[in-house]
Design a protein. Structure first.
Length: 365
């Protein structure tokens, strides 16, 4: 018998509230958590056996999941569009990887780890015939995901997630340049104040203090401009837009990179693949010609990802749904005070992903 965490037995029900990260309300009978046997199958999470006295939710999950799978097989269903992403399961950089069927919203597979050897088990656990209909896979730019999907699903189109691309640009380009400019103003302020001495006449001192104050204001504004630089320009208020324009007109490199960010957003709105390829090619070339170190480093890393970036204009998909479900997993982990049994934890994840649990038809009384 494989024992489950002690705290599980202390709780009569496992309840997720609608008020917590928009997770649908559901109650799992305590006997789900007091399962007598949890067997590890080839997938690590697919097969489990519940005690004879287990009822309601636990047994319904096992029977309902099997019946659903059988029905889908009879209908010839196979997942077509997948998303793969990682999430933290423990403190100390401990991660797990999940694969979701984006059309059904179900978690197909999950396992601890995010390295290539960990994700490789997905293709070992899931029969290749079950993945023969996959046409697109959304992911971030993790090299392990890229190589393995290309190898095992050669007909599937890799689509790099827009959010990850834009967040990396915001961090590695806009963030770096903004902080560099802020530090430059801070250093300039200190340099000006250092020139003030007891021998400095009043007029010169007043002028130097005014310059130092101006540098300090520039520094303060740059430190506060993070979100104004990242958010789409059409979502900025008039006052924020005015502040942003005031900063940009005095900082050439930041202006160039901000314009590149806006052009990137436009490229993601295209619907023609060839236009997207042409647009991204011009974008990469313009970035290199800018000779801005942070921007050049970024495009050198991303240029080889061109097909996956342009593919967003064919398959407008992202890992957003899986990212949202990862937040639900974190909430479930907090409510359960953590789970020592990883196999049980991944079984719970799959349970929470089925449609009847995500969107229960009954209303709360």
């Amino acid at each position: 018998m494989q024992l489950l965490p002690r705290n599980i037995y202390r709780r009569n029900t496992f309840q997720i509230s609608r008020n917590t990260d928009n997770i649908p309300s559901c109650k799992l009978d305590q006997r789900l958590f007091a399962a007598k046997n949890v067997h590890q199958s080839n997938t690590g999470i697919d097969r489990y056996s519940l005690g004879h006295d287990s009822q309601s939710t636990a047994r319904d999950y096992g029977r309902g999941d099997l019946e659903k799978r059988k029905m889908l097989r009879e209908e010839g269903y196979k997942p077509r569009i997948l998303a793969v992403d990682e999430f933290a399961i423990h403190k100390g950089h401990s991660y797990a990887t999940c694969v979701m069927d984006l059309e059904q919203g179900d978690i197909l597979w999950g396992r601890k780890g995010r390295a290539m050897k960990d994700f490789k088990k997905f293709f070992e656990d899931v029969p290749s015939d079950s993945l023969s209909a996959v046409i697109a896979v959304a992911m971030d730019m993790n090299a392990s995901y890229n190589k393995l999907v290309t190898k095992h699903l050669p007909k599937a189109q890799i689509v790099y997630d827009q959010f990850h691309m834009q967040s990396q640009f915001g961090r590695d380009v806009l963030g770096v340049i903004r902080l560099d400019e802020a530090r430059r103003h801070k250093a300039k302020e200190k340099e000006i104040l250092a020139d003030i001495s007891d021998d400095t006449d009043k007029e010169t001192m007043k002028s130097l203090k005014q310059e130092a104050k101006s540098e300090k204001q520039e520094y303060s504004q740059l430190k506060k401009m993070r979100w104004s630089l990242l958010i789409n320009s059409d979502k900025l208020s008039d006052s924020k837009t005015e502040q942003l324009q005031s900063i940009l007109q005095d900082h050439h490199d930041l202006t160039v990179c901000y314009a590149m960010k806006e052009e990137m957003c436009r490229l993601y709105e295209l619907t023609d693949y060839q236009q997207a390829v042409t647009g991204w090619t011009k974008w990469f070339r313009a970035a290199k010609e800018s000779e801005i170190p942070a921007l050049v480093r970024f495009v050198v890393q991303k240029e080889k990802r061109l097909p996956g970036l342009a593919a967003h204009d064919i398959y407008s998909i992202s890992t957003g749904k899986l990212e949202g479900f990862n937040n639900k997993i974190k909430v479930a982990k907090r409510i359960g005070y953590g789970y020592r049994d990883d196999d049980f934890f991944f079984t719970l994840i799959r349970y929470l992903s089925i449609s009847s649990v995500r969107s229960p038809s009954h209303k709360k009384s």
